[in-house]
Design a protein around this ligand. Structure first.
Ligand code: 2RA
Length: 329
């Protein structure tokens, strides 16, 4: 079965990675339509040795025969155009945060809650990159030992802010002007991702807190987060402290994680083996290491989770959702 695919934000970093992943996974595409802002319209993009012209996204863009549209063009574009696409019978998989907490919109990580796709009503949201990599190990542990509380501390790559984040890092060494960050990011850490809110948390921290509970479908889990930008180009790292309701054996934790699709355990401290951003770049799996009991509480563990924020954190997760949709089409 083939599908007609539309890509909104086709010239951005995630948009270009959509095309790379669609090609790598040999996604069965019949027709492909690429859309961007007026600024990038007219540019040429190669896909499977064929040249495509990027069109300016317009209200009538979805009257073409598109089955599934992958969006990565910011929240404002998604807010305006996802409903238009839906009205034209297109199924939207949106990377922005615009629709994630909407009750009618499933928030999906295929290895965690694929069944939520069953109740979509035309729009499906891809979670925030740091949330995606965090929930992949959590689902089996929640089912086995019931998670009581999670403390997230993140170390997020500058590519999460797009090409301007990368240039801030590269130029920052000479004190270059910061386009994306309030301070120099080179040789620095900035505890400020997205805007601050009245509750003194950032939107990025609130995304991790709220999205985790929605994806695991359990509003009783207590979650807190501190999200930090670090001078790394690709690959988000998350330190996770997890407290369970029930007791566990560490060997059981390993056994459960070993059987999670898309998860690789890298945990051999005798040989300095643990996940690192430089190792996970361009890979689609979520890497887990430094697994150890938290001796300061009754039933707790610490672990360290790393994944490529542009691939599993955005483009690959979105394409995996599109693959699941194809099975229902
Ligand atoms: C970031 N998670 O890293 C946010 C959005 N990609 O900037």
């Amino acid at each position: 079965k083939k599908a007609n695919i539309g890509i909104v934000g086709a010239t951005g970093m995630v948009g270009r990675t959509f095309l790379k992943v669609l090609e790598e996974r040999n996604f069965p595409i019949d027709n492909l339509y690429l859309f961007s802002s007026k600024k990038s319209a007219g540019s040429k993009v190669m896909f499977k040795n064929k040249e495509y012209i990027v069109e300016e996204l317009k209200e009538d863009s979805f009257t073409k025969d598109i089955d599934i549209a992958l969006f990565s063009a910011g929240g404002e574009i998604s807010k305006k155009f996802a409903p238009i696409a839906k009205e034209n019978g297109v199924i939207v998989v949106d990377n922005s945060s615009a629709w994630r907490m909407n009750q009618e919109v499933p928030l999906v990580v295929p290895e965690v809650n694929p069944e939520d796709l069953k109740w979509h009503d035309g729009i499906i949201s891809n979670p925030n990159c740091s949330t995606i990599q965090s929930v992949v190990p959590l689902k089996v542990l929640h089912d086995a030992f019931k998670i009581k509380r999670i403390i997230y501390s993140t170390y997020q790559a500058v590519s999460g802010s797009g090409v301007e984040g990368i240039s801030d890092l590269e130029n920052g060494i000479n004190g270059g002007e910061n386009k994306k960050y309030p301070h120099q990011i080179a040789f620095n850490c900035i505890p400020h991702i997205d805007d601050f809110m009245d509750n003194l948390y950032t939107k990025e921290e609130m995304k991790m807190i709220e999205e985790t509970k929605k994806i695991l479908n359990d509003q009783n889990i207590r979650v807190t987060a501190t999200t930090v930008r670090v001078p790394v180009k690709y690959g988000h790292s998350v330190s996770m402290n997890i407290e369970f309701e029930r007791d566990f054996e560490l060997s059981k934790i390993y056994e459960l994680l070993e059987n999670v699709d898309g998860l690789v355990i890298m945990d051999d401290i005798q040989n300095n083996i643990y996940p690192m951003p430089t190792y996970v770049q361009d890979k689609d799996e979520v890497y887990v290491g430094r697994i150890r009991r938290d001796f300061s509480v009754e039933n707790g563990i610490n672990m360290w989770v790393v994944a490529d924020n542009i691939r599993k954190g955005a483009a690959t997760n979105t394409v995996q959702i599109a693959e699941l949709i194809l099975n229902y089409l």
